[in-house]
Design a protein around this ligand. Structure first.
Ligand SMILES: CC(=O)N[C@H]1[C@@H](OP(=O)(O)OP(=O)(O)OC[C@H]2O[C@@H](n3ccc(=O)[nH]c3=O)[C@H](O)[C@@H]2O)O[C@H](CO)[C@H](O)[C@@H]1O
Ligand SMILES: [Mn+2]
Length: 359
């Protein structure tokens, strides 16, 4: 009888210990903990109407990411022209990826296709150190112009969560703040975005978003940026290098770097401030660039323009399926040529010495 009781007690203790072990293990291995130094903070901020699931219930086929270009019946649209609507600029890359310019697409057609897909667009924004000062304008202008009418989830990486401004977000839009270690080198901050994007997609986004954009925070939206920008893999043509001959591109030119591009190669110079596409494609891009950055680091070499150099290398050998014209990444300090019909997103003028942690 006594030994029966002891046995019972023994099994009870084992069961309790096992349960404790399992719950501790699942706690420590959850969401980046112990794997990645950046922790998702408690500050999951929900704005607007909050729970977007109620607003946009997902059907089974939508969860699987249906990319068919289904167009609803009975919608009146202008007939497409048989000639090029923008003869002043190239609207197609040599591998037949569209270059998106004002006048090349019909927003009614675009929205009728993409609204049906019921997509979610994730946006990564990094605001470390003094770059938090750009957040207010960035977010407020994004709310006015970026993917309006679509579900948007901002993922904001910052070391200063207390300084994140309260911006009222529209319906179906939400912001998650991720507390992040900063660095005393701006180059490091910029290039580490690749690793963060890679991990965010792996750990968090798989069932939460269809597309992702990584955008520079020191920028502002001035006009419509919508579903015409969506594609499998999307790059933006850098305003300063558009129309320049390739030997003037600021690619990495030292063969010792993984980002090296020889003078006689290269299509366009892409800006590091805008990277977009479907999750799997952007994940592959971010992971590849992160690995190339790691190799460079081990070899004590840093590419001329950090992750932007690696991005250009990647896009040279893994062509984007869509290129955004410089309308999608202008520069406030740059005059406006006649081909630029609209500025949608532009880098704000900044005093580098004042805002960066190092020269
Ligand atoms: C327009 C454009 O294509 N810009 C690219 C360019 O210079 P930029 O002069 O645009 O680089 P930047 O100083 O804006 O840094 C890139 C981004 O890193 C973040 N950041 C940087 C420093 C800091 O102290 N805190 C912080 O949060 C922030 O999100 C910023 O937008 O080259 C960089 C790499 O060299 C990046 O590829 C930029 O995307
Ligand atoms: Mn920038």
């Amino acid at each position: 009888m006594r030994s029966g009781q002891n046995l019972y007690l023994f099994f009870l203790i084992i069961t309790v210990l096992t349960l404790l072990g399992v719950s501790y293990f699942s706690y420590t291995s959850s969401w980046f903990r112990g794997v990645w130094e950046c922790r998702l903070t408690v500050e999951e901020k929900k704005h607007g109407n909050g729970n977007t699931d109620l607003i946009f219930p997902l059907r089974e086929e939508e969860k699987q990411g249906n990319t068919d270009l289904i167009f609803p019946a009975g919608i009146a649209c202008a007939q497409p022209s048989v000639s090029n609507s923008r003869p002043d600029v190239s609207t197609m890359t040599p591998w037949l990826a569209p270059i998106v310019w004002e006048g090349t697409y019909d927003l009614t057609v675009i929205d009728n296709i993409y609204k049906q897909q019921n997509i979610t667009v994730a946006v990564t924004v990094f605001a470390l150190g003094k770059y938090v000062r750009f957040l207010k304008d960035f977010l407020e202008s994004a709310e006015q112009h970026f993917m309006v009418g679509y579900r948007v989830r901002y993922y904001l990486f910052t070391d200063r969560p207390d300084e994140v401004p309260a911006v009222t977000l529209g319906e179906g839009r939400q912001l998650t703040v991720i507390k992040t270690e900063t660095s005393n080198r701006w180059q490091e901050i910029s290039l580490r975005r690749m690793e963060m994007i890679e991990k965010l997609i792996e750990k968090e986004l798989t069932d939460k978003a269809d597309y992702i954009f990584s955008l520079d925070v020191d920028s502002k939206f001035y006009a419509h940026w919508g579903a015409e920008s969506l594609g499998d893999l999307v790059g933006v043509l850098h305003a300063w290098f558009f129309g320049k001959s390739r030997e003037h591109f600021t690619y990495e030119r030292r063969p010792e770097s993984q980002a090296f591009i020889p003078l006689e190669e290269g299509d366009y110079y892409y800006g590091g401030a805008v990277i977009g596409g479907r999750l799997d494609k952007v994940h592959k891009l971010a992971k590849t660039c992160r690995m190339q950055l790691d190799v460079d680091r081990a070899n004590h070499i840093e590419a001329a323009w950090q992750e932007e150099s690696h991005l250009n290398k990647y896009f040279l050998y893994n062509k984007p399926s869509k290129a955004l014209s410089p309308e999608y990444l202008w520069d406030d300090t740059k005059g406006k040529p006649s081909y630029l019909k609209v500025v949608r997103f532009s880098q704000v003028v900044k005093n580098y010495a004042d805002i960066r942690p190092n020269p």
